[in-house]
Design a binder for this molecule. Sequence first.
Ligand SMILES: CC(C)(COP(=O)(O)OP(=O)(O)OC[C@H]1O[C@@H](n2cnc3c(N)ncnc32)[C@H](O)[C@@H]1OP(=O)(O)O)[C@@H](O)C(=O)NCCC(=O)NCCS
Length: 170
Amino acid sequence: MESTPARQAFQLTIARATSVQILQHLDACSAQFRPPLADRVDLPTYAEKLFDQSVTFEAWCGNVLAGLVACYVNEQTQPASAFVSNVSVLAENRSQGIARRLMILCHDEVKRRGVQVISLEVSSDNTPAIRLYTQLGYIKMTNDGGKLGMQLSFGRKMTVGEAASLSMPG
Ligand SMILES: CC(C)(COP(=O)(O)OP(=O)(O)OC[C@H]1O[C@@H](n2cnc3c(N)ncnc32)[C@H](O)[C@@H]1OP(=O)(O)O)[C@@H](O)C(=O)NCCC(=O)NCCS
């Protein structure tokens, strides 16, 4: 009788990864992005920026950074806002629910910081990622040259003033 491979145990953490570990992870995942991440950004600069400016949500298989969600939180806006800059899981660790769990951890953390709306961008041909975000409740807001803008609103409805300030140019 064939046995199915056992699921690996992984540990979730927040803001533990170093910039070097982030870079190693992005480098390993780059080719799986559409288009490849390294075609769009300088990976060492991007890894440093995520380390310095984002909140990172991490899944570890032993000492290996298997999954990474990185989110910028702006607590200066009214209400606080958040943007998911990166979602990636090593090819060998996919389809184990890692991305979903990291996104839920991210949502819990940004809600705790008062964020009402979280947004992200995804290539319109990235079916796995779009399915993931749609299952989590994100809705498509914009479609700009093959790139979808998606948003998830938490709980409280915005006041008329807040909604107006978001739609004002500049
Ligand atoms: C997209 C990605 C992060 C998903 O990571 P993952 O850990 O394998 O995802 P999960 O196991 O948590 O799956 C959650 C949901 O995502 C969707 N999904 C994940 N892999 C999928 C696939 N190959 N095909 C279709 N849907 C898929 C499904 O909706 C899945 O839910 P289900 O299992 O109930 O069907 C991963 O494929 C990846 O790193 N891709 C390359 C980088 C990238 O494109 N990132 C997104 C940039 S916006």
